[in-house]
Write a protein that binds this ligand. Structure first.
Ligand SMILES: [Zn+2]
Ligand SMILES: [Zn+2]
Length: 271
């Protein structure tokens, strides 16, 4: 288990969820490191979208993993005296045995692992995995094509995939735990306020706590969409149960390394 205790939430600037040239990030790793140092960060973790068994334009391939490790080593050698740099991946949960807990990911020399769900099975064909994480226009098109417009199936399947991922384990931080709420609420206004939706989030939260995993507060969408993952309304629950929380910007641009993080910290503090 990665030791988060050496990071002080209140005083240290950190980000443990960062995408670069190795997946769909928009700058090389080195630019994130120099920007982080300039911003006064003390800890920076890289999390390329890990190699995946399904068709995906954003995930890195197994062939580039060694290149990623080599670049990590070079950056640690160059900047390691100024900032703590961590080697990680954001690993997709696809199906039983195909996720963070797999032998492949367990044997990789990673400092910690983020587990996330970006794909769920099509409604009539579980062999077809469909991206439900992207922009709403694409999501809407896929709702018709793969899910017969059944938004409740999509939401329930997202959370059941999250539950299975937590049950199987093999990772340290749960990535954006209710992210489906954004696209789903665009598709059906207010769906994320309905009691059954709420219950899915709370059940997942309890399962995460039972498995002693850290919960990410993902701040990537705060400035543009006014939304955290998990949703702001769950911050009180995180505090009440003293959940281990990691506040990440899920940055794809160096300038956004701290985007939304201070706002999340402030809101956590006043709750
Ligand atoms: Zn993600
Ligand atoms: Zn990410």
């Amino acid at each position: 288990m990665f030791d988060f205790q050496h990071i002080t939430q209140e005083t240290d600037l950190y980000n443990l969820h960062t995408h670069t040239q190795f997946c769909d990030g928009h700058a090389p790793m080195e630019e994130f490191v120099t920007e982080a140092i300039a911003m006064g960060f003390t800890h920076l973790g890289f999390t390329p979208h890990a190699p995946i068994s399904v068709e995906s334009p954003v995930n890195m391939s197994r062939e580039t993993v060694q290149q990623y490790f080599d670049e990590m080593k070079r950056l640690r050698d160059t900047y390691g005296d100024r900032i703590h740099l961590y080697t990680s991946m954001e690993i997709d949960y696809v199906s039983v045995g195909d996720g963070p807990a797999s032998d492949y990911f367990q044997q990789l020399p990673l400092d910690y692992r983020i587990g996330s769900v970006h794909f769920i099975p099509a409604i009539d064909n579980p062999a077809v995995m469909v991206d439900i994480d992207g922009k709403f226009t694409g999501f809407k098109a896929r709702m018709g094509k793969y899910f017969n417009g059944d938004i409740e199936y999509v939401v329930k399947t997202f959370f059941s995939q999250m539950m299975s991922m937590v049950d199987e384990g093999g990772f340290d931080i749960v990535g954006h735990m209710d992210k489906i709420g954004f696209n789903a609420s665009q598709y059906r206004d207010g769906i994320d306020e309905e009691p059954w939706f709420d219950k899915l989030v709370i059940d997942l939260f309890e399962n995460i706590m039972d498995h002693h995993l850290a919960i990410e507060i993902n701040t990537k969408a705060w400035l543009q969409r006014n939304r955290f993952y998990p949703n702001l309304k769950y911050f009180g629950m995180l505090k009440r149960f003293n959940a281990p929380v990691v506040i990440n910007s899920d940055a794809h641009y160096p300038t956004l390394l701290n985007s939304g993080r201070m706002e999340a910290i402030k809101l956590m503090n006043i709750l």
